[in-house]
Design a protein around this ligand. Sequence first.
Ligand SMILES: NC(=O)c1ccc[n+]([C@@H]2O[C@H](COP(=O)([O-])OP(=O)(O)OC[C@H]3O[C@@H](n4cnc5c(N)ncnc54)[C@H](O)[C@@H]3O)[C@@H](O)[C@H]2O)c1
Length: 255
Amino acid sequence: MNTPVSLAITGRIALVTGAARGIGFAIAQALGQCGARVVVADLDLTAAQRAAAQLGGQGIEALGLAVDVSDEQQVLAMVAAVRMQWGDVDILVNNAGIVSTGPLLEVSAAEWNRVMAIDLTSVFYCAKAVLPAMMDRRAGRIINIASVAGKRGGGLLGNSCYAAAKGGVIALTKGLAREGGPFNITANAVAPALTDTEMTSVLAPDARARVLADMPLGRAGTPRDIAAAVCFLASDAAAFVTGEIMDVDGGYMRD
Ligand SMILES: NC(=O)c1ccc[n+]([C@@H]2O[C@H](COP(=O)([O-])OP(=O)(O)OC[C@H]3O[C@@H](n4cnc5c(N)ncnc54)[C@H](O)[C@@H]3O)[C@@H](O)[C@H]2O)c1
């Protein structure tokens, strides 16, 4: 008899960066609801522990850790701490990110480098830190949170600099899929459009209305919408999906 399709990831260790709030928190919560043990990693230890405690109150096994994902030593220390506490990471979700706005001519080299470090280089650091153990076990899932900005060159809130970083995340995802495939490691990305979080709360009402007018589903995404796609990609149901950039965008990228 065929095994029923299931989104269960019972007992697997999921590491979600930038998970103290917003999309990252929703991803940690949803993966936990699918049975994973979740590491809530974020810049501020207190915020990460508070989020982990909130998940703990919902019956999810969660661990709050501090990390600046743009610092390779901190990333290595985080992965070592997870290994000490629970074991090797099965599912890595690279979600931490910042947005950069405004015209390119007003972006300083320092701002450019900061956005690249947090939005793109971090994905390289985190993937590199978990890959050896995944390769040894011939199993692993890497899910990167990109953006429709990485396909369109920005446009909503993010500028060219943000778009370049997210475009890099998309290319890196495809590279990871190529290199990870022979080891049964999948790498995929989710590309949200406008999603309601603190990041997008600064969007002017008229700009928001313009974006929504171009969305077939006529509303902004919720963190939960993005988390649902991540759960699918983390599950056995997506065992044959890799190198995919999944738009979760209310139809925004339909053309
Ligand atoms: N909200 C949207 O409309 C939208 C659209 C497309 C893509 N995204 C992407 O989704 C991801 C999450 O966005 P969000 O809207 O939840 O943002 P958010 O600002 O609400 O949350 C981002 C989280 O990342 C953490 N973070 C930032 N820099 C970090 C660092 N150096 N190290 C560790 N953690 C760090 C923050 O502390 C915060 O908890 C980002 O990668 C963002 O680019 C968001």
